[in-house]
Ligand binder design. Structure first.
Ligand code: ATP
Length: 419
């Protein structure tokens, strides 16, 4: 990679043909409307790094919504627009495109939403977080493929540095502290020394950010390949402590995240596991404080609460000689991800409680009786609390292996009826 990097070549090589064609179509349309079009942000960074990225962000000098509407007439797709910022998102079958009107931003006070005004490409690049994210590629046919790099982003990419654009960047928007850590750890870069000094100085500015915005940043971290690296760095830099002073990004967490990746069956489950492991060592009261501040989805809140409560409950599993039905009665009703969290969190693989959680997760939770309420009714038992009780007893017998087939279940019920 050098000053003469052949960007049209990189675009051809790294982006799917259809997407390049679509991009050129947008550029031609923009030119016809006398608007200059640029590709900006993450995709430019990743093109230069040779990393995959299909999230196309465009900056238009001029009306982005008008351009997106005209484009949508020929491409179809779902168009969403925001008139306040003059931005548009066009979702097509395979891709989605973000088009924004070049704008300048000012912050009335730290952490406030910015005041925006239409501006030039230069203004638009200046409002961005880091030099490596503040480069753009001109797409307009005239001078197609020209790199616009006003803040030395290309050099910082080469030197693997995360650098803010101005001294007030973190205080204007302290979520950039989390973003700096995310890019640094994801790309294996370093936060440039002066940026690091300002980041440390502005850690208290994280208090100006709402819980919802912090949660959004945390969720982005948890979608990364190795979130424990970011949480460790955020812990050392005291950003993690701004979410809750009891959170730790230590080696325990690193070890558990590794196990979580080996255990989870889907990306969604993994994100839940990560979150619950992060809050696992907090008290129930502290977990409530985190939920009140970050306001996660109802589902995530259940996982965090269940994981926390289960810690007390699973202690019962350490007793010797527990019958499967007893294990079932202890663990039944808790969220699956919370059970997995507790399984992973138990330090020793030989701990009896861990073995019992595993037994529950792999076997007991799937155990069903062959006989249903209808079958019992056919055997002469009227519906009601007594039938309910019999079904539970039958389920327990099945869990404990006392009955193994429909015939054995029927025989057991007949025996009970005799009694
Ligand atoms: P990722 O690879 O994580 O998706 P991205 O660079 O595409 O990275 P987005 O969060 O999609 O990141 O943001 C798109 C662009 O918008 C960024 O590249 C950056 O230029 C700008 N940006 C996003 N958030 C901020 C912020 N808080 N402050 C300033 N600029 C931002």
């Amino acid at each position: 990679m050098n000053e003469h990097t052949n960007l049209p070549g990189l675009i051809e090589k790294n982006l799917p043909k259809e997407l390049v064609a679509l991009m050129q179509r947008v550029a031609t349309l923009a030119a016809r409307r006398n608007q200059t079009l640029y590709l900006v942000g993450g995709v430019v960074r990743d093109l230069l790094l040779g990393l995959p990225n299909l999230d196309l962000d465009f900056v238009v000098e001029g009306d982005a919504i008008g351009l997106a509407k005209e484009l949508a007439q020929s491409t179809g797709g779902k168009l969403t627009t925001h008139t306040r910022f003059n931005t548009a998102k066009l979702r097509l079958d395979k891709w989605s495109l973000d088009l924004v009107t070049a704008r300048s931003e000012t912050y009335a006070r730290p952490g406030a939403l910015p005041t925006v005004k239409p501006g030039s490409l230069k203004d638009d690049l200046l409002r961005r977080d880091f030099t490596i994210n503040a480069m753009s590629i001109r797409l307009t046919p005239e001078r197609y493929g020209e790199l616009v790099d006003l803040y030395g982003g290309h050099a910082d990419l080469r030197h693997k540095l995360i650098r803010i654009l101005h001294e007030k960047s973190f205080s204007d928007d302290a979520t950039r502290i989390w973003r700096a850590i995310r890019y640094e750890q994801r790309l294996d870069f370093q936060i440039e020394p002066e940026t690091l000094r300002l980041l440390k100085r502005d850690i208290p500015m994280l208090d100006t950010i709402s819980g919802d915005r912090i949660r959004h940043e945390l969720e982005l971290e948890l979608k990364e390949e190795y979130p424990e690296k970011m949480l460790h760095r955020a812990w050392i830099l005291k950003a993690l402590g701004k979410i809750h002073s009891s959170l730790k990004g230590d080696t325990w967490l690193q070890d558990k995240f590794l196990q979580a990746r080996a255990t989870a069956s889907s990306g969604q489950e993994l994100a839940g596991l990560y979150f619950a492991l992060l809050t696992y060592r907090l008290t129930e009261q502290e977990v409530e404080e985190i939920i009140a501040f970050l306001r996660p989805t109802r589902q995530t809140a259940i996982i965090l609460r269940d994981s926390s409560q289960l810690q007390t409950v699973v202690k019962e599993l350490a007793q010797k000689g527990l019958q499967p039905a007893h294990i079932y009665s202890i663990l039944h009703g808790y969220h699956h991800t919370a059970l997995l969290t507790n399984y992973i969190a138990f330090s020793s693989a030989t701990a009896r409680n861990a073995i019992n959680i595993k037994l529950y997760l792999e076997k007991l939770r799937f155990v069903k009786t062959a006989l249903t309420g209808d079958d019992l009714q056919a055997m002469g038992i009227p519906p009601g609390p007594q039938m309910q009780e019999l079904l539970v007893l039958l389920h327990n017998a099945r869990l404990n292996g006392e009955v193994r087939s429909r015939q054995e279940e029927e025989a057991l019920v007949r025996e009970w009826l005799k009694e």
